[in-house]
Design a protein around this ligand. Structure first.
Ligand code: M6R
Length: 615
């Protein structure tokens, strides 16, 4: 994980790098650092803590002059978060300085070798090993920095996005990528380097996204020189125009990105439909799907691979694909799938779901499925992300940047895309009646306004949050389409409030979790209109007779559950098949308010990072 930023040009590098780090802090936030070239020396400042702590330290300790620099915000992999392990790292001579996002897996053996050659290590990191390896190669082979980076990277195993410069060559930064993202912003004789485009969006709309196993020598006054790390062959730069704007990556008056992103759901779901869902005409048009529809229609199975919240979206998809399109679906944790020697054939379609499009396990699952001959379809949010490029085809969710570590709008837009795919397939296969098809298209079109209505209940959810904020355990129960929503509700609560929470299919309660229920235990039950409504009511009765506290998500106008539950959170009526798109809203708000009341860092919960680019 980690975020990296760099600048070389005519402007002051410090404010650009500092602001860039603030924008990338979602990627890791246990320590931060910066290395500026001031015209003769490298000024370096780093600290355990957040970018704000770095800013405070720099203001006391470091001159901020200079037009060349690199910065880093860290999510620790090797070595605890402390000042010494923070990036950037110097080489032993003090000439080279590096930032790194990723893991060098064989760093121990390289470190031993370098120690034998007299190198001294001050940190526990794999990154310090890499910068000294580059230095060693540069010295022994008598080559320039770019060549030394290339030779060194051919000796390492692992993942990286790196930026490195030499104080004796201060018109050049060398970058390289394998497995971790790296974007280069192209200005007017100035260059920006970052893990994503957000740090430089106000300066340029032109960017190059390096591909895996590529490196670039970025030199002032020259064209960017991109090469394959393996064989040194030249790569023609492909400059993309960015779609991002500044407003999208700011909080826009909300206290937290998470709250902003929860409230953006009506509009981003609409964006996900735009030009794709023509409800009145009965048309669903998904660019990435049209050319490959036969692959889906003739598939023996659909296998969905994902992690975390995206995996929960996959579970919802299992219900809708099987229900409407009658295609068998398996939903796999990408991290298990990739190591399991799974049986996959050319008749399988694999769907990879990932907000960031960078999750290491999901990416590895994509590569494995491709190797085994499956057709692989990506559902990603981040345009141009590694997974979106690694798949054969796919659909973007168009949710806009999701910066809060807890996924919210990514989840509902993923379900929106998956719902459109399922309806389209059902229509093509003839497994859905015309009336059902048209009904669901129209209902899907109404979802943004129903999500708005669900959001309007925020005040009553704040009252419930006040009552349960000190609970130490929560259970979340749901059946059918709303079982994955129960899992997602529990994940949201635990990741941002640090309260233990478990999601279960409501009927499984009797097989164990019921033992947990006592008068203190809040149980969130999703009890909206559905084929299982009566059964959920029975589950609620069972909880009630054990004195558990019931917080029920109910359909507006419900009377039965309202009578039984201690507290209710209302959502508008939707057909059961689409209900996860609205039932998830009160659960997101409940988690947010509880975390806020407990004074948690809502956008950057402890130990987590937004893009999990390490396995
Ligand atoms: O970017 P991805 O969708 O691949 O990320 C997958 C998970 O890391 C992510 O959903 C994670 O579980 C979130 N923190 C959940 O809110």
């Amino acid at each position: 994980m980690c975020g990296i930023v760099g600048y070389i040009g005519k402007r002051d590098a410090y404010p650009i790098i500092l602001n860039g780090l603030k924008r990338l802090e979602y990627r890791g936030y246990d320590s931060a650092g910066i290395a500026l070239y001031d015209g003769s020396e490298i000024q370096l400042c780093k600290t355990k803590g957040k970018v704000a702590d770095l800013e405070a330290k720099v203001s006391k300790e470091m001159p901020t002059k200079g037009n060349l620099g690199i910065g880093h915000t860290r999510w620790a992999t090797h070595g605890i978060p402390n000042d010494v392990n923070s990036h950037p790292h110097f080489s032993n001579s003090g000439n080279l300085v590096i930032i790194h996002n990723g893991i060098i897996e064989n760093y121990t053996s390289i470190k031993k070798e370098l120690i034998n050659r007299g190198y001294i290590f001050y940190s526990d990191t794999d990154t310090e090993v890499l910068v000294n390896l580059i230095e060693d190669v540069k010295k022994n082979e008598n080559v320039k920095l770019g060549k030394a980076v290339q030779i060194a990277l051919n000796q390492v195993v692992g993942a990286y996005a790196i930026a490195v410069y030499d104080k004796n060559k201060p018109d050049e930064i060398v970058v390289a990528k394998l497995g971790s993202p790296l974007a280069i912003g192209i200005g007017d004789d100035e260059f920006f380097i970052a893990s994503d485009a957000s740090p430089f969006i106000e300066f340029t709309n032109n960017a190059i996204y390096l591909e895996d196993e590529e490196m670039a020598i970025i030199r002032l006054g020259r064209e960017i020189n991109i090469r394959k790390i393996k064989d040194d062959s030249l790569v023609a730069p492909y400059i993309q125009e960015l779609q991002l704007n500044l407003e999208q990556i700011e909080k826009g008056g909300y206290d937290h990105f998470m709250l902003k992103e929860i409230y953006e759901q009506p509009s981003v779901i609409q964006d996900t439909f735009r030009g794709r869902l023509l409800a009145d005409k009965g048309i669903i048009r998904l660019g990435g799907l049209e050319d490959y529809i036969e692959k889906f229609v003739n598939a023996d199975r659909i296998i969905i691979v994902a992690c975390g919240t995206s995996w929960h979206a996959g579970l919802v998809a299992e219900y809708i694909f099987e229900d409407w399109a009658r295609i068998p679906v398996e939903v796999e944790y990408a991290s298990e799938f990739r190591y399991r020697n799974p049986v996959i054939t050319e008749k399988d379609v694999v769907i990879a779901i990932s907000q960031s499009g960078e999750t290491a396990d999901t990416l590895a699952a994509v590569k494995l499925a491709k190797e085994k001959g499956a057709f692989v379809y990506g559902i990603c949010n981040v345009v141009g992300s590694t997974i979106s490029r690694a798949t054969h085809s796919g659909t973007y969710t168009h949710a806009g940047p999701e910066i809060g570590v807890a996924s919210t709008k990514a989840f509902t837009t993923q379900i929106t895309v998956l719902t459109m795919i399922a309806l389209k397939l059902a229509k093509v296969k003839g497994t859905i009646s015309q009336s059902d098809y048209m009904l669901h298209l129209r209902e899907l079109d109404l979802i943004p306004s129903k999500v708005s209505t669900a959001l309007d209940k925020n005040d009553s959810i704040i009252e419930i949050a006040k009552i349960f904020k000190d609970a130490t355990n929560f259970l979340y129960l749901g059946r059918g389409y709303n079982f994955p929503v129960a899992l997602e509700g529990a994940l949201k609560l635990k990741e941002i409030s640090y309260i233990h929470a478990e999601g279960y299919p409501a009927a499984e309660m009797k097989h164990g979790p019921i033992a947990l229920i006592d008068e203190q235990m809040p149980i969130v039950v999703i009890a909206v209109n559905s084929n299982h409504y009566d059964k959920v009511v029975s589950n609620i009765q069972e909880i009630k007779s054990r004195k558990g506290k019931i917080i029920a998500v109910v359909t507006e106008g419900d009377t039965i559950v309202r009578e039984l539950a201690d507290y209710i959170m209302e959502v508008p009526y939707t057909p059961e098949t689409l209900s996860p798109l609205v039932t998830t809203i009160p659960l997101q708000l409940l988690s947010y308010h509880i975390a806020l009341m407990l004074k948690r860092n809502v956008d950057q919960p402890r130990n987590l990072a937004k893009a999990v680019t390490v396995e």
